[in-house]
Design a protein around this ligand. Structure first.
Ligand SMILES: [Zn+2]
Length: 84
C-alpha cells in the first residue's frame, strides 16, 4: 500500500503547475457556454443553428477567471487593505 507521504511531491508539482498556468493565462473558457458567449439554438422551421441569448455566467465574454487567480486576487487585495 503506498503511503500518503509518497504522494506529497506529486501534489506539490501539480500545485506549482496550476500556479504557473494561472500566472500565464488567468482566464479560462466559460464552462456554461464553452467559450461561445451565448447559447446556440436550432431554428424551428429551417433547422439552422442560430445565436441564442447571451450567456449570463460570463455576460458574453466567453471567459471566466480561474479559481487560483481569484484566490490570488483576493489574497493580494487583503494584503493591500491590511498594510495601507
Ligand atoms: Zn459563458
Amino acid at each position: 500500500m503506498p503511503s500518503l507521504l509518497s504522494a506529497v511531491p506529486i501534489l506539490i508539482v501539480l500545485t506549482l503547475c496550476y500556479a504557473l498556468l494561472c500566472a500565464a493565462s488567468p482566464y479560462g473558457t466559460c464552462r456554461k457556454c464553452e467559450g461561445w458567449g451565448h447559447a446556440i439554438v436550432r431554428a424551428r422551421r429551417s433547422g439552422r443553428l442560430k445565436r441564442g441569448r447571451q450567456c449570463r455566467r460570463c455576460s458574453g465574454y466567453g471567459t471566466r477567471l480561474r479559481v487560483g487567480r481569484r484566490l490570488y486576487n483576493g489574497v493580494t487585495r487583503l494584503h493591500h487593505d491590511g498594510t495601507r
